[in-house]
Design a binder for this molecule. Structure first.
Ligand SMILES: [Zn+2]
Length: 461
């Protein structure tokens, strides 16, 4: 008997964890952290609804924290199997998890110092030692190669775009001689992004688990280069500080390369860009190492032409260096994580700069429900950061054109090569309205049977 349980990314976009159980042999697809609303984040502290020691292996789709961020806790609770991932995912996940551990420690210290915790002492969700225990379990697996996990499961990665090394997972299971195939979409990227390749054609399968982050929306046909040129020129003319919450790997590089392109085409004059992230340099090394995974001109990655060595790029790794930015005047740009404003140094910049009408906050990615990013996108004039009220006088701008997620139309385009209808499509990784819309689009356009699982629901395949 095959059982599939949805222990995350069901009714929400974060906390991805899908458990497959074939007659007692179990694997997990993704092991993500919850982000956003407090009740969701609380789940990161609760024991998981399955025994971590009973899981043989974990197959990761990509390195975003909502897909890998629960690994340190699962290993600490006794998970002792392999963690399969593509080579770039292994490196990006290491950096992301180390950075998250580091930022959580900074946050906990800040809360304890300012007495901002309702607990006796604020603790980080995991430490650097916990992350090191995860890294020992990584098994790098390239795209398009079958890997046998055990006598029940084998899988093959297919490029998904979205983020360097991101993949969909094609999975085969044997249940008492019955062969069943599944496809987990992972997060599906967009077409024509220079930083990552287009998503690969998905294979046919018996069951499909499909994401729906933008299941009810279509990205506007904006040109991000023109939008950015306009914002930067405005910041320069009005001496403003552009503050951009940005995932440190992927989005930050995308913005730096865009600015380089705008400078070369003389659409802007130079603006000083401050990358306030301890991991930006390591991230560039990953792009150099995995040239085959993206379409960036190698000349921009190393040597004289390296964009990150440009006079206008300033990297701030240490906390003291980050603090010098508090007094920075415009025109300038600050890029800092986390991308959805769920923690990290960006929060200190927000406390400092949201009350200043000279600040231009540019939101460039998906903002999950309950996050500070979503509140700002929806026009809040007062927000709470570290339990302190902060007035929003800054101008807030959202740019959807830089999204790393396919919209519903692009997901349908991605699914086009699948001719044989799956027995069922499980629509996950979306807020309720988005998943419902994606399921409706799939039913209406393809006639396939869909189901939207609820959190912790188990289905038999
Ligand atoms: Zn993602």
């Amino acid at each position: 008997m095959i059982k599939l349980s949805f222990h995350g990314a069901a009714g929400t976009v974060t906390g991805s964890k899908y458990l497959l159980d074939v007659n007692g042999t179990r694997i997990l697809i993704d092991c993500g952290m919850y982000q956003g609303a407090k009740e969701l984040r609380q789940r990161n502290w609760n024991p998981p609804p399955f025994d971590p020691t009973s899981i043989s292996a974990i197959v990761l789709t990509h390195a975003h924290i909502d897909h890998v961020g629960y690994l340190p806790r699962l290993v600490k609770q006794g998970f002792a199997g392999e963690v399969y991932c593509t080579p770039p995912t292994a490196e990006i996940a290491s950096i992301t998890l180390e950075d998250t551990a580091h930022l959580q420690l900074e946050d906990a210290e800040f809360r304890n110092k300012k007495k901002l915790t309702s607990h006796e002492i604020a603790l980080p969700l995991f430490t650097l030692e916990d992350v090191q225990a995860v890294e020992e379990r990584f098994v790098s697996t390239p795209y398009d190669t079958w890997t046998k996990i055990n006598s029940v499961f084998r899988f093959r990665y297919r490029g998904a775009g979205h983020l360097l090394g991101a993949a969909s997972v094609e999975l085969e299971m044997v249940d008492d001689g019955r062969r069943v195939t599944m496809l987990f979409s992972g997060d599906v990227g967009r077409y024509g992004n220079p930083l990552v390749r287009n998503p690969s054609e998905p294979p046919e399968c018996d069951y499909l688990v499909c994401e729906s982050t933008y299941g009810g929306r279509m990205h506007p046909p904006e040109d991000p280069y023109f939008l950015f040129a306009e914002l930067i020129n405005r910041a320069i003319a009005e001496k403003r500080v552009l503050l951009i919450p940005s995932f440190a790997i992927g989005r930050t590089q995308q913005i730096i390369y865009m600015i380089d392109g705008l400078l070369r085409s003389k659409m802007i004059t130079p603006i000083q860009v401050h990358v306030d992230s301890p991991m930006a340099i390591s991230a560039t090394d990953i792009y150099i190492k995995y040239r085959g995974y993206h379409a960036i001109d190698p000349k921009l990655l190393a040597g004289n032409g390296c964009v990150f060595e440009s006079k206008w790029v300033h990297l701030h790794r240490k906390r003291e260096s980050s603090q010098t930015l508090n007094k920075l005047g415009g025109p300038a740009m600050i890029l800092s994580a986390s991308g959805m404003l769920t923690g990290g140094r960006i929060l200190h910049h927000m406390i400092n700069r949201l009350p200043d009408p000279k600040t231009l906050v540019v939101l460039v990615g998906f903002m999950a429900e309950g996050t500070l990013g979503r509140k700002l996108a929806e026009g809040a004039d007062m927000v709470f950061i570290h339990k302190m009220p902060v007035r929003v006088k800054a101008k807030i701008v959202s740019i959807e054109a830089l999204s790393g997620h396919a919209d519903w139309y692009e997901i349908l385009h991605w699914l086009e090569t699948i001719k044989r209808a799956p027995k069922k499509v499980f629509v996950t990784h979306g807020e309720a309205s988005q998943s419902a819309a994606m399921a409706a689009h799939i039913r209406e356009n393809r006639g396939w049977e869909t189901m939207i699982p609820v959190l912790d629901q188990t289905v038999e395949l």
